[in-house]
Design a protein around this ligand. Structure first.
Ligand SMILES: CC(C)(COP(=O)(O)OP(=O)(O)OC[C@H]1O[C@@H](n2cnc3c(N)ncnc32)[C@H](O)[C@@H]1OP(=O)(O)O)[C@@H](O)C(=O)NCCC(=O)NCCS
Length: 156
């Protein structure tokens, strides 16, 4: 469950074994706005808040006590860490990771495969494949690997 790459690999194994369904699971202690949408395989852990018009892409993972603000789009396989505050109108790319306790300010874009370090306060958009950390968050790497392609049953 932990990283986007692990989840993608596990999914590929499951499809190879013949599984073809992927449920969306929401812990009953979490609150999800009626206008939020979730693609297949989304998992929302305990005590999360998913606000109005949030869109969660396939196999996105929202960890304990995360808060995702209105009109945010979360790409497939992205991981939203425990206790994070993803404010509003943010675009999070495929396979991106927002680590524990990070805060992402409104209307920013977190690029595909980017990683936001634990406790970071993100005040500017993060380029794809970059690692940022600190307050305010600064880019410390720009060479993070891209997530592989989706296994075939996931392709539309
Ligand atoms: C950001 C992160 C990915 C960096 O990992 P890394 O590249 O292995 O980094 P290192 O541990 O080698 O540390 C490198 C330097 O960055 C600093 N650093 C590491 N993580 C940091 C963070 N989140 N914020 C600020 N500085 C950080 C270290 O202190 C170290 O500094 P130094 O060179 O002055 O000693 C990692 O520290 C992190 O935050 N992981 C998130 C874990 C998490 O939230 N998991 C979710 C659990 S479900």
């Amino acid at each position: 469950m932990a990283t986007p790459a692990n989840r993608l690999a596990a999914l590929a194994d499951a499809f190879r074994l013949g599984f073809s369904r992927a449920e969306t699971l929401v812990d009953p202690t979490s609150v999800v706005a009626r206008s939020a949408t979730m693609d297949r395989g989304v998992y929302i852990s305990a005590s999360c808040t998913i606000a109005g018009a949030v869109q969660l892409g396939a196999f996105a993972f929202v960890n304990t006590a995360a808060s995702i603000g209105h009109h945010t789009r979360v790409g497939e396989f992205a991981s939203i860490g425990p206790g994070t505050t993803v404010t509003g109108s943010i675009v999070i790319g495929r396979g991106a990771v927002i680590s524990a306790g990070a805060v992402v300010l409104p209307e920013l874009e977190i690029g595909a495969n980017a990683v936001v370090g634990a406790g970071a306060v993100v005040t500017q958009s993060v380029p794809a494949g970059s690692l940022v950390m600190g307050n305010p968050a600064r880019v410390v790497r720009t060479d993070l690997p891209a997530l592989g392609g989706s296994p075939s049953p996931l392709r539309r």
